[in-house]
Design a binder for this molecule. Structure first.
Ligand code: NDP
Length: 273
């Protein structure tokens, strides 16, 4: 019998920690799995998806930047988890069809819960207005956050995202007041990848507030360093990455990974950063 295949599909994708995490879990659970990193340009993505659909060897794909919206468009069917983010980060291949799912929003909530951070009733600020910010705002709204404010470098994009969820919006330079009052600040920008923080000059976080950065490389981003210095409680993006991957594993195998196995996966990746 051939070994079932899965992949993380994106461009670039060489930096992805997913192959290491899935290989670790597959070994731990004694599941046969060949999980690879597949770099596909936006031009190559549709044809590769069509081929994978017709090839019985694939279980599924984890989908990352820049293919999340296109994956949803091209799927034959979609789970309700994709509708609010408007994007898919998982494609399951079943009986010649590709079915789209989104585990980012649930992974974000699971990460907050595992850290003991509040969502219900919280005043939340989300920095960024891309795909990941959309999943975060959807999750916070569903969880009953008292207030959600979205600030982005490009104001128009923040306004468009906030309008979908009845949230407040503005440019990053307008965020100081909301940041100082927030119980939870989520950095959903990719600024950390370039070694900068999206917080405006002189911005203050409330002592004891939770500050979560979705970017997980480097482990201590400039945003998390600033948050820590302000007395806020920092939470890195690795926890969300691992939690959304555990939900993807459940879609692949119909198996909920035990908590100790999920936590061991996170420790495995901490060693890789
Ligand atoms: P997108 O490309 O869709 O959005 C990027 C966002 O970052 C935009 O709002 C953009 O603003 C903003 N941005 C980029 N550079 C800067 C900068 N120098 N200063 C301020 N704002 C900036 O990316 P995603 O939403 O998909 O991903 C965002 C981050 O979250 C990435 O680092 C990604 O790796 C991470 N992520 C982590 C996950 C996890 O499980 N931990 C899951 C998903 C994503 P503008 O609109 O003005 O260009």
């Amino acid at each position: 019998m051939s070994i079932p295949r899965a992949a993380v599909v994106g461009d670039p994708v060489g930096h992805s920690l997913s192959p290491r995490l899935f290989a670790f879990w597959a070994a731990w659970r004694e599941r046969p799995l060949a999980y690879e990193a597949l770099r596909l340009s936006t031009d190559e993505f549709p044809a590769a998806l069509k081929a994978a659909r017709g090839d019985g060897g694939w279980i599924g794909w984890s989908v990352t930047v820049p293919h999340k919206a296109r994956a949803l468009e091209l799927a034959d069917a979609s789970d309700p988890s994709t509708s609010q983010p408007g994007a898919a980060n998982v494609l399951l291949f079943r009986a010649g069809e590709a079915v789209a799912f989104n585990t980012d929003a649930a992974g974000f909530m699971a990460a907050l819960e595992s850290a003991g951070a509040p969502s219900f009733g919280a005043r939340a600020v989300v920095l960024g207005a891309g795909g990941a910010a959309g999943a975060v705002v959807a999750a916070l709204r569903r969880a009953g956050a008292a207030e959600v404010c979205v600030f982005n470098r490009g104001r128009a994009r923040a306004e468009a995202l906030a309008a979908r969820f009845g949230a407040r919006a503005g440019g990053l330079e307008e965020s100081a007041e909301a940041l100082a009052a927030a119980d939870l600040v989520v950095n959903a920008t990719s600024a950390g990848l370039s070694g900068v923080s999206p917080l405006p000059e002189g911005a203050r976080l409330k002592a004891g507030a939770w500050a979560m950065d979705l970017t997980y490389r480097p482990r201590e981003t400039p945003f998390l360093a600033q948050a820590r210095a302000a007395g806020a409680r920092p939470l890195g993006g690795l926890t969300m990455l691992v939690r959304q991957a555990a939900l993807t594993w459940r879609l692949f195998y119909g198996e909920t990974l035990p908590e100790d196995v999920v936590a061991a996966g996170e420790r495995e990746l901490e060693g890789a950063l």
